[in-house]
Design a protein around this ligand. Structure first.
Ligand code: CAA
Length: 688
């Protein structure tokens, strides 16, 4: 067997192996075989060399390691284009007079799949996944994907894949004609080579026509209107796919290139690239070696079967991990277990789970009133209400019954993990695992690292959160950790502006127009206006007291800052307007007109300032971790990258000037944090 290797500095990026008349070209660029400049140039050389080599009858293209390829090297998008362009290589592949076969294992994504689409035949292992996720990076498939995929799989399937960005599995790919056949996993790549050997003629996707009916695009755009209304990339994807049916192939390609070039330099794509790398950076803890051992977690205990406790339990049950759930009374326990079953059955009705999966998950649950039942758990998560004394009492009891080495976690949203840990004789085994509500939508888990938390406990917490499909971000101890601490100035200012003359509708609209799923007051209504309320209806010292005393506790009482109907649809409330006016009079405040710009400064800029403080205090490791918290815990719009990225984009000078403009309304102890003030001097942004 003849072997050749094409190098990137001193590492191979493309290897070739000749098996009699079949030449394997292997992309070997760990970790994900990204198609960076060095790979592209080596690949182009290897393809050219194969064309010249008379011994080669068929070429088989595959990836080394775990996958085919994750596509273009995303880090290159921020740099000027260099070397051979991927579309040109794919055109050469398609034009080859010798058949070229893509053999896909693991994943083929983005430019990786587009490379395979340029090949004349495609094979895949049964576990392979294929997709064009470019839209989630704010771009479109820019290497022919929008023109070749519809020709291969038809318009509807191509639109769905390109606009959603979701991958398909191998059996769906086979059914839709994306791959020609599946090859045995164990016998890969030998089975693929054997199949390639029997092929004798190239087949070119570009020569196919796309069948379509006239209204297909309008129907698709209308059905997806809400999801894509503020986003540039999906609209461009639809326009490019439309070109695949309306224009000759080369003109369609040209349009795709033009749209790609426009999108890739745009603000949305920049923000989405930031989120891609921010998510991956969040998994890395600066002073924690990558090889830190993890403790095995086979059984989890949860204390408290309320909304949070049940939601947390379901995460583990769904991942096949047994859960013992403890409550104080059988009523509370039954309610919690009933809630879990209801939620699972609702998922089954929507087709997301089979009835069998529901039963499997529920069978992993052990409900009990006996605290000692937690004795054999490897991880125990306390999810009771926010009261330090109660939590300390629970942790002292846990200390007495948990097995040695068990990890003891609190789901507290605000309280000190260090103080909670001090109730045990094993503070090194204690950490915070702060899950977010609604648990099925919010993927964030703040992993709170106490002073004494052991390295392997922290590493286990991070890994475990990932294994149940969550996005973990590490935080140090402070009141509210990262997310909730940044909420404090936002919510305080929202309350204050209501008294000064803004309406709940105006404040919330500024946030929803920005792209948040809900505004500060809608969020309070969802969480409960009564959270943190002293519960004395005669003591009315704040607007919160006045609302709570009037029974306006939020969505749960169908009345909060808004009135809610049976379907929880909000409408502005005249009663609230009256309560606010009354309270305003009592406080001697005169109503004035509040501009949207003031709302932005007092709610969003104050959050950015708090984020900068978290960095100064070392509570958050890096600015991008704060962004991940807001993206996954509070629904910050992804195409705006997170609060810290957004602040950098609009310019820190703008933020500082906005805060200075309203400084006298931000409360006596408000201060612009030095980090922000200093950087605003340094970044030279023009300000507004
Ligand atoms: N470019 C550059 N770096 C990439 C990359 C890419 N396409 N894909 C992954 N990486 C990097 C990650 O940043 C990470 O780096 P660090 O270890 O330094 O953090 C490393 O590779 C491993 O990635 P993951 O941690 O994500 O590994 P995983 O095993 O969990 O997931 C994966 C693997 C499913 C392939 C995932 O990495 C992924 O989804 N990658 C992006 C795929 C994508 O969006 N491709 C489209 C690119 S755009 C394009 O191709 C445009 C075009 O039309 C030409």
């Amino acid at each position: 067997m003849r072997q050749l290797t094409f190098f990137k500095r001193d590492e191979p990026v493309i290897e070739t192996k000749l098996h009699e008349d079949v030449l394997e070209i292997i992309i070997a660029n760990a970790p994900v075989n990204a198609l960076g400049a060095a790979v592209r140039s080596a690949l182009a050389q290897a393809i050219d060399a194969a064309q010249e080599d008379d011994q080669v009858k068929v070429i088989l293209l595959r990836g080394a390691g775990k996958l085919f390829s994750a596509g273009a090297d995303i880090t290159e998008f921020d740099q000027p284009p260099t070397g051979c362009a991927l579309p040109a290589i794919i055109d050469t592949i398609e034009a080859s007079s010798k058949p070229i076969v893509a053999a896909i294992h693991g994943t083929a994504l983005g430019g990786g799949l587009e490379l395979a689409l340029g090949c004349h035949y495609r094979l895949a292992t049964p576990s392979a996944k294929m997709g064009l996720p470019e839209v989630s990076l704010g771009i479109l498939p820019g290497a022919g994907g929008t023109q070749r995929l519809p020709r291969l799989v038809g318009l509807d399937a191509a639109l769905a894949m390109i606009v959603s960005g979701s991958p398909v599995d191998a059996s769906s790919a086979l059914a839709m004609g994306l791959v020609d056949r599946l090859v045995d996993e164990e016998d890969f790549p030998a089975a693929a080579i054997a199949y390639a050997r029997i092929l004798d003629a190239p087949r070119r996707t570009r020569d196919k026509q796309v069948a379509h009916d006239a209204g297909a695009f309008e129907r698709f755009a209308a059905a997806n209107a809400r999801r894509i209304e503020t986003l540039d990339a999906p609209k461009a994807c639809i326009a490019a796919v439309k070109a695949s049916v309306e224009l000759p192939f080369d003109e369609g390609l040209a349009l795709e290139r033009k749209l790609f070039a426009e999108l890739v330099t745009g603000a949305q794509a920049k923000a989405l690239r930031h989120t891609f790398f921010a998510e991956r950076a969040a998994g890395k803890i600066a002073d924690l070696p990558a090889d830190t051992p993890r403790r095995p977690i086979a059984k989890v205990g949860v204390i408290g079967a309320g909304t949070m406790g049940s939601g947390i339990s379901m995460n583990f049950l769904s991942a096949g991990i047994g859960v013992t759930i403890v409550e104080m009374t059988s009523d509370a326990l039954d309610r919690g277990v009933g809630l879990m079953r209801t939620n699972y059955e609702a998922s089954a009705r929507k087709g997301r789970l089979t009835n069998e999966q529901v039963e499997q998950a529920m069978n992993l649950l052990t409900p009990t009133l006996d605290f000692d039942g937690l004795g054999d758990c490897d991880l125990i998560i306390e999810a009771v209400y926010e009261n330090m004394e109660v939590k300390k009492e629970i942790f002292a009891r846990l200390d007495a019954i948990a097995k040695p080495g068990a990890i003891l976690a609190s789901n507290t949203s605000y309280l000190s993990i260090d103080e909670i840990a001090s109730a045990t004789n094993r503070p090194a085994d204690v950490l915070g695992l702060h899950f977010f509500s609604p648990d099925n939508i919010m993927k964030l888990v703040e992993v709170v690292r106490g002073e004494a938390t052991a390295e392997d406990v922290l590493a286990t917490g991070m890994q475990l959160a990932r294994s149940i499909g969550k996005v973990p971000v590490v935080a140090r101890v402070c009141y509210g950790f990262i997310g909730n601490r940044m909420l404090i100035p936002r919510q305080d200012n929202a309350y204050a502006m209501l008294l000064e003359g803004a309406t709940p509708e105006q404040i919330d609209r500024v946030h929803t127009d920005f792209g948040m799923p809900m505004g500060p007051l809608q969020m309070i209504d969802l969480a409960g206006v009564d959270i943190g309320w002293h519960r004395d209806t005669n003591r009315i010292e704040s607007l919160q007291d006045a609302l709570c005393a009037a029974g306006r506790w939020g969505q749960k009482t169908k009345a909060g800052f808004y009135d809610y109907d049976e379907k929880r649809k909000p409408t502005p409330s005249p009663a609230v307007a009256e309560i606010i006016a009354e309270f305003r009079d009592r406080a001697g405040i005169e109503a004035r007109t509040i501009s949207d710009e003031e709302i932005v400064a007092r709610t969003l800029y104050t959050m950015v300032n708090e984020g900068a403080k978290l960095l100064e205090e070392g509570i958050a490791q890096r600015a991008s971790d704060i962004d991940v918290v807001w993206l996954y815990g509070y629904g910050w719009p992804r195409h705006k990258g997170g609060p810290m990225f957004w602040a950098d984009e609009i310019g820190l000078t703008t933020v500082v000037q906005g805060l200075e403009r309203y400084a006298d309304r931000l409360g006596g102890d408000f201060a612009i944090t030095p980090r922000l003030a200093q950087q605003s001097v340094d970044d030279g942004s023009p300000g507004k």
